[in-house]
Design a binder for this molecule. Structure first.
Ligand code: F6P
Length: 332
């Protein structure tokens, strides 16, 4: 078969591992040929491509980012987008399109498959882990690993100076990175977007931690919000810096904030992300050869299954109360 591939949305570690698996399996087992679209859906609309063969993916397993480039372009945002996607597939005589993306990129793939008959198969990737129907997405494990290592390091400097250390992690509308890294790193308070926080309570945890002769570590998701009032940025970079200032002002304890930012998305993928990305890639090729259009590969336990793309993108996978309660045991 002739297969197009694209990586869209925010990049993450593991994308190259998935591309390598797709090409290796397709070429070696089926004699497929691959066309890589550059910069996500933008490369489909503008017809910018590179040939993806075994030499092109050689040595890329441990490399972060994506050799195809990425963008947040939505092909269906303007008029005529679906026609341009179909024209690109026709121009390259492609039988299928494998789309590696987060919710937005995969939403376009779902609509193109369901409404326009475009032969798409999806692969879920995002450090946020917010895609429904899969236990984990490519990139999440690496982000949690980076955040956990950071928390480990901050414990020692917080202790030396008897300071509060606030760590802001990514995650957009879901707090998965925060709850996983917070639990693994022994955070004394974890704040997530799903649960608007009470600043007085946060300060209470800080005080009780100091009373126990330890320095507190507060982990906050980049989209967490207070239950009352607003985060007034006034030149601050985000909720993490705001929280550090507020804690210092209210408790009198010195506070510092570390904003992890794109470090969570860069660099080499963890072994778990390479494992997941490779297996997703292999199974995406199976889905293509079975003509399972509109399907997304997904992890259920340790098995790779398929779910309809339309279900996967129908909402955001968020942290529920029971999961958050596991973190709360360690607050204060
Ligand atoms: O969706 C991945 C993500 O890294 C989020 O966690 C974060 O909120 C956002 O993207 C950052 O976007 P950008 O790279 O455009 O700054």
């Amino acid at each position: 078969m002739r297969i197009g591939v694209l990586t869209g949305g925010s990049d993450c570690p593991g994308l190259n591992a998935a591309l390598r698996a797709i090409v290796r399996k397709g070429v070696q087992e089926h004699g497929d040929t691959f066309t890589g679209f550059l910069d996500g859906w933008a490369g489909v609309l503008d017809d910018r491509t590179i040939p993806l063969d075994i030499p092109a993916v050689r040595g890329t397993l441990p490399r972060g980012g994506t050799i195809l480039g990425s963008s947040r372009t939505d092909p269906l945002a303007g008029t005529g987008g679906a026609g341009r996607v179909k024209a690109a597939l026709a121009a390259h005589e492609l039988d299928a399109l494998i789309v590696l993306g987060g919710v937005n990129t995969l939403t376009a793939a779902a609509r193109l498959a369901d409404e326009e008959g475009v032969p798409c198969v999806g692969v879920p990737k995002t450090i946020d882990n917010d895609i429904q129907g899969t236990d984990y997405t490519i990139g999440f494990d690496t982000a949690v690993t980076v955040a956990t290592e950071t928390i480990d390091r901050l414990h020692t400097t917080a202790e030396s100076h008897k300071r509060v250390l606030v760590v802001e992690v990514m995650g957009r509308a879901s707090g998965w990175i925060a709850v996983h890294a917070g639990l693994a790193g022994g955070a004394n308070c974890v704040l997530i977007p799903e649960r608007p926080f009470d600043i007085d309570r946060v300060c209470g945890y800080v005080e009780s931690r100091f009373r126990a002769s330890y320095a507190p570590i507060v982990v906050v998701s980049d989209s967490a919000v207070p239950a009352k009032g607003e985060v007034e940025l006034n030149g601050l970079s985000g909720v993490g810096e705001w929280l550090g200032r507020e804690i210092e002002r209210r408790t009198g304890h010195e506070a510092r904030t570390t904003v992890l930012g794109h470090i969570q998305r860069g660099g080499t993928p963890t072994p778990n992300d390479r494992w997941l990305a490779t297996r997703f890639g292999l199974h995406a090729v199976d889905a293509v050869h079975e003509g399972d259009w509109g399907a997304m590969v997904a992890l259920r336990g340790t098995d790779i299954v398929r779910v309809p793309l339309r279900d996967a993108v129908s909402g955001t996978r968020t942290v529920d109360a029971a999961r958050y309660a596991e973190n709360e045991i360690f607050f204060g």
